[in-house]
Ligand binder design. Structure first.
Ligand code: S3P
Length: 416
């Protein structure tokens, strides 16, 4: 039996940096995720004049107030991080300065019009290649108008970009979601003193004059915990406890899906910290069975679908994942990447336009695979490799640093 603490939540870490930068005074953040993605957001905040001190235990941020950001002294580089790019697009659109925003070769291919379109309706001035669908972009900040906007895709990044822009608009902005997505921005804004309202379908955001600094405790990332949850479920005789995991209901789709597959996962000591649900998970190896995964399941487990595909390879029967077209515009085309790399291990897996079909219970065999530069593909392959015969090599596996730099260390400790 092993006990592990997976690193801090990536989505919440980005928001803690951005919103603490906008608060008036010093915030302390415990459990901040130090990884390539979150360091992209941290550097952007530094470049906009925010003072940040990092110790091994905490991050201290001297917020400059809602109207205190300065023109970044160079082009903001979001690296591989879609969350950095899209949230900052909303923030930068409402500033009184012009900024440039770019990213790495993967991020420069990802669609940005989904954020640019609503921001333009708010009056934002954003220009760039391909009708501003791709980074690099130039954002000429200005006073924004409030809008009522129905999101065409369920996306927390798009929603959060509009919320951040809405803080700088001339009235109340309403955002209507087709399906519920992670609401960390909303929860943290209210924790810091804003008065954002939500109902069943909509979020209403008004301009704020002041956010309060706070002592934030960031829980472990359920998306990182997911790799070890699946590892424990599929490896006979395993039992692990994962401490202090974030259990926001818009993120716990992975737990429900794995329980439907027959997984033994128990939540202990459920509590609320800084507006977020948190608890400990006890996971025991289980005989999994194939299921259908679609509809409302998808946005609540969007980042976990590659590791769910790994679990499905070891489950009895067929798993069918549909309604997951969004996977094609993640860090890489995750449908193509999962199908290609798991096939190399001998999985019976078929590509669908919006998902995949996996016939489980095949004995997987080690092989030479590639991460496609995508952290979650690398980690999903590594977990599948624990139950494959022979040796598996994962090329380009250093991309785990994007979200989980200690991943391979933790995996090897658990295997000893
Ligand atoms: C995130 C939202 C999701 C998720 C991403 C993180 C966030 O993206 O896939 O890893 O922090 O808001 P989308 O908004 O594109 O669905």
């Amino acid at each position: 039996m092993g006990e592990i603490i997976t690193p801090g939540d990536k989505s919440i870490s980005h928001r803690a940096l951005i919103l603490s930068s906008l608060a008036v005074g010093t915030s302390t953040i415990n459990g901040f995720l130090k990884s390539e993605d979150t360091l992209s957001t941290l550097n952007a905040c530094l470049h906009m004049g925010v003072e940040i001190h990092m110790t091994p235990e905490i991050l201290e941020i001297n917020g400059v107030g809602i109207h205190g950001l300065k023109k970044p002294f160079k082009t903001v580089d979001a690296g591989n991080s879609g969350t950095t790019a899209r949230l900052l697009m909303g923030l930068l659109s409402g500033q009184e300065f012009i900024s440039g925003l770019t990213g790495d070769k993967y991020l420069r291919k990802r669609p940005m019009r989904r954020v640019v379109d609503p921001l333009k309706l708010m009056g934002a001035d954003i220009t760039g290649e391909n009708n501003a669908d791709n980074l690099p972009l130039i954002i000429n900040g200005r006073k924004l108008k409030s809008i009522k906007y129905r999101l065409p895709v369920a996306s927390a990044q798009v929603k959060s970009a509009i919320i951040l822009a809405g803080l700088f608009a001339d009235g109340e902005t309403e955002i209507i979601e087709p399906q519920k997505t992670r609401d960390h921005t909303e929860r943290m804004l209210n924790h810091l003193g804003s008065h954002l309202r939500t109902d069943d379908k909509s979020i209403f955001v008004s301009p704020v004059e002041k956010l309060n600094p706070s002592n934030l405790n960031i829980p472990s990332d359920i998306s990182s915990a997911a790799f070890f949850i699946v590892a424990a479920l599929i490896n006979k005789g395993s039992e692990i406890i994962l401490k202090n995991v974030g259990l926001n209901t818009a993120r716990t789709g992975i737990l429900e899906i794995l329980k439907r597959m027959g997984g033994s996962i128990e939540i202990q000591d459920k509590r609320i910290e800084c507006g977020e649900d948190v608890g400990d998970l006890v996971v025991k190896s289980s005989d999994l069975k194939g299921i259908e995964i679609n509809g409302e399941d998808i946005p609540r487990a969007i980042d976990e679908l590659p590791i769910i595909a790994a679990a499905a390879c070891f489950a009895e029967g067929r798993t069918v994942i549909t309604d997951a077209k969004e996977l094609r515009v993640k860090e890489t085309d995750r449908i193509k990447a999962v199908v290609s790399e798991f096939s190399k291990l001998g999985a019976d897996i078929t590509e669908l336009e919006d998902g995949m079909i996996i016939n489980g219970s095949q004995q997987l065999k080690g092989n030479i695979c590639d991460s496609w530069g995508d952290h979650r593909i690398a980690m999903s392959l590594a977990i599948a490799a624990t139950l494959s015969s022979g040796e598996t090599t994962i090329n380009n596996s250093e991309c785990v640093n994007i979200s989980y730099p200690e991943f391979f260390d933790t995996l090897s400790v658990l295997r000893t």
